[in-house]
Design a binder for this molecule. Structure first.
Ligand code: 5GP
Ligand code: ZN
Length: 110
């Protein structure tokens, strides 16, 4: 499958890893929009929020446990978690991912 994040999971594209376990990977965004900008993804290919089902949603719960852990480790108390679903919402990589943004005062959502 021609998916950048599947290639990152497979190690075919390098990334600066923050956290990894059997089902979840986190790495620094290549174009950071805040002092802390980390992407947390399920290792399995899920195209986006619209593709979350009862069969795969457990990994999403785990993603959020990992997000809380990473934010604590990064020392950000206040942070934003963003996921864009679909091109009109700004999704450019069609593998479910959650942005952790922090380390500065974040403005209102656009
Ligand atoms: P989206 O726009 O789909 O919500 O977010 C995709 C994010 O992936 C963007 O913030 C972009 O900078 C990041 N990104 C795209 N390609 C790569 C890559 O090869 N490596 C890393 N680390 N981040 C990437
Ligand atoms: Zn993928």
């Amino acid at each position: 499958m021609d998916c950048i994040f599947c290639k990152i999971v497979a190690g075919e594209i390098p990334s600066k890893k923050v956290y990894e376990d059997d089902t979840v990977l986190a790495f620094y965004d290549i174009e950071p929009k805040a002092p802390v900008h980390i992407l947390v993804i399920p290792k399995m290919h899920i195209a986006g929020c619209h593709a979350i089902t009862p069969e795969n949603s457990a990994v999403v719960a785990h993603v959020f446990e990992v997000i809380a852990q990473i934010a604590a480790e990064q020392g950000v108390k206040d942070y934003r978690v963003v996921t864009n679903n679909g091109a009109d919402a700004g999704q450019t990589v069609h593998h479910l991912h959650f942005h952790i943004l922090g380390g500065r005062v974040l403005g209102e959502m656009g």
